[in-house]
Design a protein around this ligand. Structure first.
Ligand SMILES: NC(=O)c1ccc[n+]([C@@H]2O[C@H](COP(=O)([O-])OP(=O)(O)OC[C@H]3O[C@@H](n4cnc5c(N)ncnc54)[C@H](O)[C@@H]3O)[C@@H](O)[C@H]2O)c1
Ligand SMILES: [Zn+2]
Length: 359
């Protein structure tokens, strides 16, 4: 097992990564404040892994709420199911929420923890690769509103994150690839050596080599933890974690959040960000080609949906939350492993990128 620490002063917490951690009581006990525990999961993950976790937490009074599965249920109505259960079972301020699931469960359970009785303890047990390398770390919690994704939420850090790589065995191939998109992102924005390691090992990662997956998760979490420790509330550097996301969010919104999964949209978005960075003269064409090859080998899409036009992109990107004072801010690359957030770029080059990708 490897242990990382997210350093946020008195809100610092450990991130445990390894095999078979769901069975390790010692990873949970120190973070429970009383005998009360509320397990939050969904209809897909609960039948697979809840019994194991309940066994590990034997001796505690472990309640459970099982949410419907899907991004479309990430809303206030579903959130209320968690509050209903907490209140009807008389959970007090010393109870602990344990989130067992992907990013949707983790974001909702985290927001419930942030707001129930003004804040209770919370442990993340992420079960998708995406949630293991991204959403479970860093404290962004929340739900969607009909008028915008993740628009209602809070920054609220967990007490610990328990990443058991065994659970990836049941993850659908498409979800594994989507998680790899975020893993590739960390190489591009912060770690050229890791990017090269990914080029050497991507086939084994796709084949679910568990030791290599654990290593990729560790490097990814380390990068995320380092960035979040510098800028918890995203007033600056944390925004580099959004490489490819402004283009990607446009794709997701265009499809009404009902088409590709998030990591697939981010994969294409990263290629578009690389293309634009190269047109601006900031990176070499060889890096664009390396990113393309890696995304392709990870079995991720490389172009936007065929019906999408540059106008569609501009319309959706204009409402993306990274537009500040009317100017579009993008995360772009200066080199492999070096990203910056900027609104200072030649917009005709952006048009060229959009034209190239919407053909
Ligand atoms: N908080 C953050 O910083 C942050 C960062 C990135 C993404 N997110 C959010 O995360 C969400 C996406 O998360 P996701 O990609 O994990 O999607 P998800 O939670 O919808 O999970 C994807 C699918 O895999 C299933 N699943 C989960 N674990 C499984 C397992 N071990 N075996 C089999 N099936 C399993 C789920 O039930 C679901 O059907 C989005 O709502 C996004 O906004 C949040
Ligand atoms: Zn993402």
């Amino acid at each position: 097992m490897r242990t990382l620490n997210l350093d946020l002063g008195d809100r610092s917490y450990p991130i445990f990564i390894g095999h078979n951690l769901l069975a390790n009581k010692a990873l949970f006990e120190p973070y429970l404040r009383s005998s009360q525990v509320m397990l939050v999961s969904n209809t897909t993950v609960e039948p697979l892994y809840a019994a194991q976790l309940e066994q590990t937490l034997s001796g505690y009074s472990c309640d459970k709420v099982v949410l419907p599965d899907g991004e479309k249920f990430k809303n206030l109505e579903t959130l209320n199911l968690i509050f209903d259960r907490l209140l009807s079972q008389r959970h007090n301020r010393k109870t602990t929420i344990v989130a067992l699931g992907g990013g949707v469960v983790g974001d909702m359970a985290g927001f419930a923890a942030a707001s129930y009785q003004r804040g209770i303890n919370f442990i993340q047990v992420p079960t998708t690769l995406l949630s293991q390398v991204d959403s479970s770390v860093g404290g962004k919690t929340g739900v969607n509103h009909a008028l915008g994704k993740n628009m209602i939420g809070a920054f609220y850090q967990p007490q610990s994150v328990v990443i058991d790589t065994n659970v990836l065995a049941t993850l659908p191939d498409r979800e594994l690839a989507a998680g790899l998109a975020e893993v590739i992102k960390y190489g591009l924005i912060a770690d050229a050596t890791f990017f090269q390691w990914l080029e050497e090992n991507i086939d084994k990662l796709i084949a679910r080599d568990s030791d290599l997956l654990a290593y990729a998760i560790e490097v990814s979490c380390k990068t995320k933890a380092t960035v979040v420790a510098q800028d918890e509330k995203e007033s600056g550097i944390r925004a580099i974690l959004n490489l490819g996301h402004t283009f990607g969010h446009a794709i997701e919104a265009y499809q009404n959040y009902n088409g590709w999964v998030h990591g697939e949209a981010v994969a294409v978005g990263m290629l578009m960000a690389c293309d634009l960075s190269q047109r601006l003269g900031w990176i070499d064409i060889s890096l664009v080609q390396r990113a393309q090859r890696l995304i392709e080998r990870a079995k991720l899409p490389m172009i936007p949906p065929s019906t999408m036009t540059p106008k569609d992109f501009m319309a959706y990107m204009a409402v993306d939350k990274k537009v500040l004072d009317g100017s579009l801010r993008l995360v772009l690359l200066k080199a492999c492993g070096k990203a910056l957030v900027t609104s200072e770029f030649d917009s005709s080059k952006l048009s060229e990128t959009l034209e190239k990708y919407c053909c």
